[in-house]
Design a protein around this ligand. Structure first.
Ligand SMILES: [Mg+2]
Length: 213
């Protein structure tokens, strides 16, 4: 049976359900940032955001390429939301994470400050060795291949075949698969060459994926 050494786990909409409203709130803050800082109408802001997301993987990456913005100003602004009303402790998830034998890192395009807030509200912060966030990635975001290479290097260069990536976005699984990392889509069932396993939520991982304990 496979024994995994390192698990890279996405944060937003992977560790908590899409339905809790958190991502919608962040999404609204991103739109507000574009409206206020770039002086756009809401309609133009939404169109620009979609364009940056499709072209560069994140809105921030598009902003850094095309506009003179401070990335920390952006990250603080978009994560300034009332997460305590949307994220509650997750004892079931905690019990599952505690049973995993591999080292665990959060691997996110968000900031470490946002990740720590979410992990603390889920009451699972102590179960991760570290957070590989957008600053640690030097603003090279998923799904750029260098982000995954950086994550491997920041965690001591384990054999990619002994590593697993969990993410709710299929586009984020492709570079991992190319590097030899085992991939898990957290979402709806799909047949795709980049997807090794699918779980509807992290609460299913022990029953659907062998070799994690
Ligand atoms: Mg996500």
């Amino acid at each position: 049976m496979q024994n995994y050494k390192v698990l890279y786990i996405d944060l937003d909409e992977t560790l908590y359900p899409k339905t809790n409203g958190l991502w919608l709130s962040i999404s609204d803050r991103i739109n507000q940032f574009l409206v206020h800082r770039l002086q756009l109408s809401m309609r133009d802001a939404q169109a620009l955001r979609q364009h940056y997301l499709d072209t560069y993987g994140t809105t921030l990456n598009g902003l850094l390429i095309h506009h003179d913005i401070d990335p920390m100003d952006y990250l603080d602004f978009v994560h300034d939301i009332a997460i305590e009303s949307m994220i509650q402790p997750a004892p079931e998830l905690r019990e599952i994470l505690k049973q995993l034998s591999a080292r665990r890192f959060i691997f996110t395009n968000a900031s470490v400050q946002h990740a720590n807030r979410v992990l603390n509200h889920l009451s699972i912060h102590d179960l991760f060795e570290g957070v590989i966030d957008i600053q640690a990635l030097e603003f090279i975001n998923k799904p750029r291949r260098e982000a995954y290479e950086k994550a491997l290097s920041l965690s001591g260069n384990p054999n990619p075949n002994k590593c697993m990536l969990f993410d709710d976005r299929i586009a984020n699984l492709y570079p991992a698969k190319e590097l030899g990392i085992i991939t898990v889509l957290v979402g709806e069932e799909v047949q795709d060459p980049a997807v090794d396993y699918v779980v509807h939520s992290m609460s299913e991982i022990l029953v659907k994926i062998p070799g994690l304990k």
